[in-house]
Design a protein around this ligand. Sequence first.
Ligand SMILES: [Fe+2]
Ligand SMILES: [Fe+2]
Length: 483
Amino acid sequence: MPSLLDRISRLWPREGALSTSSGQRAALGVVTALLASVPLVFVRQSVITALADIVLVSMLVLVGGLYLHRNEQGVWGRFRDIAILAALVLGVVYGTWLSALILPGVPPYVLPIPLAPILATLLLNPRVGILVAVVGVGVGILFGVLDGAHVVGSLLAGAAGVTAMGVISERSRLISAGGLIVTVTGASALGATLIESGTLQQAIVAGGLGLVGGALTVILMLGMLPVFEHVFGVTTDVRLLELANPGQPLLKRLMMEAPGTYSHSVMTGNLAETAAQQIGANALLTRVGAYYHDVGKILRPGFFVENQAGMANPHDNTSPSLSALIITAHVREGVELAEEYRLPQEVVEIVRQHHGTSMVMYFYNKAAAAGGPVFEADFRYSGERPRSREAALVMLADSCEAAVRATSKPTPPRIEEVVRKVVAQKLADHQLDLSNLTLAEIEAVTVVYTRLLASVYHPRVEYPEVISGRDKNAGQRNEPSRS
Ligand SMILES: [Fe+2]
Ligand SMILES: [Fe+2]
């Protein structure tokens, strides 16, 4: 039975999430302005000030919309993203209203001030996060929760949240980001209260409350983020970091059931991530996509060369066309597994596109050598060609790693030759046509893969065995006496 969140997320038009019309944007703006005005009207004593609130909130929504239109085309163009922003702004308004009603006179720092800016940063981007921080402080002033130096303190806390969560590429960064939020919130509370009250005692109490508020922010963020991700179908860096953890169930299965494929996937991830950093693509998504790209091999691991150490090759007793069928099936089966384990759509797409529509050349050549009719279509993957730079990077890293691993005596010039050949074949086969990679980026990626693969697969100097008579004697000299 689907959960409540599942049901809500199904109400959401996934296709409509990608683009929006000006009518939809205008309707959302009007609804947001009206809903945001309601609590402010309630707290005002006179009709005139209530009307002034409505005008102020409408101007805020209008100017915010204009700002997005001029400066944030990525957010402005997607209905899903402006809906997230509207939900966050309304959350700030109603959250502040409720806290003013339930906890009147409570110092503002005990509240999770940086929460909405952090969510906006993780779900959209840091620039929108700063916008939400400014809106949040404005709302706090309108409700009479913030004034004087506390305005600066709250802005600082929000800005710290945005800064800390702006770039998270490693799990350890998440912990240090949480630490920064708690520290800055506590210090801002202490400083602002000292300016306002002038007594050290009150400032220390406010500082302590700030630490509590900062910690509460981090806890609520970890709790609310998966809800937003699920309902709006957004994949954040925090979710990707979770998926990169080797303890994830599907990665664990890959490690236990297809260990050769697992180490190939980790190597592919390292290559593709470095290339993504080099060309400014999404490095974390690329790494995670590479970790999962071959999960379909879990179903028949023994049919893939990297898992055959010390085993008979089952393809020796299989016709080339059946072998190709088994090999190409790992893409479809990988997509099914990825969906079963609820991996984000972006990662599923990388699994689907990592071989594109390329050919299984080894079995095609084997079939051709055996004589008889051979149809190219029987030896092609039935996936999709990469539609993003990240998917293309995984495709190239995957093929280059496998080709170099299969090369005997891989000297650096030989490795470069193999990498260039793989890239040229993919280009000639039109596999990269939809990926948005430029030729300059492809060249940069080729250089990165050559360098990294040469550092891993260069021929090793064999460790010399001790055979000289003098060394033998030396060993005997050191032997303990048996007498
Ligand atoms: Fe594959
Ligand atoms: Fe692979």
